[in-house]
Write a new protein. Structure first.
Ligand code: ASP
Ligand code: MG
Length: 422
């Protein structure tokens, strides 16, 4: 049997008609049987759907937003297809179904479930347009609904994969088809045991590509991005970035953990376990080599710079002239666990515990409320967390100049600082 490969195209690679033409050009010489193409929603569609949900939740009028979202997709199709093409009624149907779904009641209690039944329309629509367009330009592909084989639990918005069921579903439903045709499907979405739609967390399409690759024993995954590959820093924030031609799974996982947004953090582990190489390539320059992530023993020595924005620094100080001990740490961590908050950096001194986390208004309030009786709590918002991996030859002053440093921590291989622009 021919070797299976998985391609993933993110939102930016399908953001307009031109991008879709480019996608088709990339596939022109690469498309083959035993290939799955995973696509995200077009451009900023997922954000637009989130806005619609917010408006609906606060009982405001969202009709203009849905009209605009439909027009955005219709416009792309008008640029790509002849007038009477069947993609137009397909679009009409999706927006009808979406509109209808939006009319059902939304409360605090069903918010996450409701969210998942709405938000996946971005991917459903986008993948349908991609499939239709590829067929239109002579590349026959089949469309599959990922909710039929990506099986999850019912943790809506952050659903966990049922690997066993997913593997069986993929093998029964996809393998036979893939022997004759490439498949186009959606990233990010799945369904639970009740058949209800679920999602894997924002930006989860990369993860879908990895899930499909492991379930189908693929030989590689390629993620097509608007950057040349994995760089040692975000080129939008740093000058003179360096491209990694190769990277070990561990290095790559570490970078995503600290906030490198080039690949979704959950993508690496399943691929590493199955030893499937991951290629990160530029859709703007498809012939260039990009980055290959795979088993690699030798350690990187080039420093990487990773910034996490919108961080919150909270410190819990003991007030009764005692010192910080296990009980205090336990109390704080129990609360973090209940609120499902992840700590990006932790520092403990004699009298205080300091935590750095992604800012979430709602949860901050709850955290303060429950720990207020035990500690004197202070917090700062609007910070950024800079992590430098392999900082050996880095001149640190350069990173402090325009910033006030609120917290700093270093180990042999990492330096982290929480900072605020002066
Ligand atoms: N469209 C989804 C999002 O924007 C999933 C993805 O892009 O990977 O979060
Ligand atoms: Mg996206």
């Amino acid at each position: 049997m021919a070797k299976m490969i998985v391609y993933k195209f993110g939102g930016a690679s399908v953001k307009d008609a031109q991008a879709l033409k480019n996608l088709a050009e990339i596939l022109r010489n690469r498309l083959r049987k035993n290939m799955i193409i995973v696509v995200s929603a077009m451009g900023k569609t997922t954000n637009a759907l989130e806005t619609i949900l917010d408006l609906k939740f606060s009982e405001k009028d969202y009709s203009l937003n849905s009209t605009k979202l439909k027009e955005f997709h219709v416009q792309i199709c008008q640029d790509l297809f002849p007038k009477e093409h069947r993609v137009f009624p397909v679009l009409d149907n999706y927006f009808l179904a979406l509109g209808k779904k939006l009319e059902s009641p939304l409360t605090k209690d069903n918010y996450d479930e409701f969210y998942d039944s709405i938000i996946g329309y971005g991917e459903l629509i986008s993948s349908s347009i991609v499939m239709e367009y590829l067929c239109e330009v002579g590349m026959i592909t089949l469309w599959k609904d990922a909710r039929e084989f990506i099986k999850t639990n019912s943790d809506y918005r952050f659903a966990k994969i049922n690997w066993e069921k997913t593997r069986i579903g993929c093998r029964y439903q996809l393998l036979p088809v893939l022997e004759s045709y490439p498949i186009v499907t959606q990233g990010f979405i799945g369904s639970d045991d009740h058949g209800k739609p679920t999602t894997l967390g924002r930006e989860g399409s990369d993860f879908t590509a990895a899930i499909l690759a492991t379930s189908l024993d693929a030989v590689s995954v390629t993620i097509w991005k608007d950057v040349p590959g994995v760089l040692n820093a975000d080129p939008k924030k740093f000058e003179n970035t360096v491209l990694f031609e190769e990277l070990g799974y561990k290095e790559a996982a570490e970078m995503t953990y600290y906030g490198a947004s080039v690949i979704h953090p959950k993508t690496i582990k399943p691929l590493a376990n199955s030893k499937i190489p991951l290629f990160v390539k530029s859709f703007l320059n498809p012939e260039s080599q990009g980055t290959k992530i795979y088993t690699q023993e030798s350690q990187q020595s080039i420093p990487s710079f990773i910034i996490k924005e919108n961080q919150l620094l909270v410190s819990f100080k003991v007030t009764d002239f005692t010192f910080i001990e296990e009980g205090h740490i336990h109390k704080v961590y129990e609360e973090l666990k209940t609120l499902k908050l992840r700590v990006n950096m932790l520092q403990i001194s004699a009298i205080s515990i300091s935590l750095v986390m992604d800012f979430q208004t709602f949860k901050l309030e709850k955290l303060l409320e429950s720990l207020n009786p035990f500690f004197e709590i202070r917090y700062n918002e609007g910070l950024e967390l800079l992590t430098i991996l392999h900082p050996q030859e880095v001149i640190l002053e350069n990173f402090m100049e325009e910033f006030e440093i609120l917290l700093e921590q270093s180990t042999r291989n990492t330096i982290q600082m929480v900072r605020r622009k002066r």
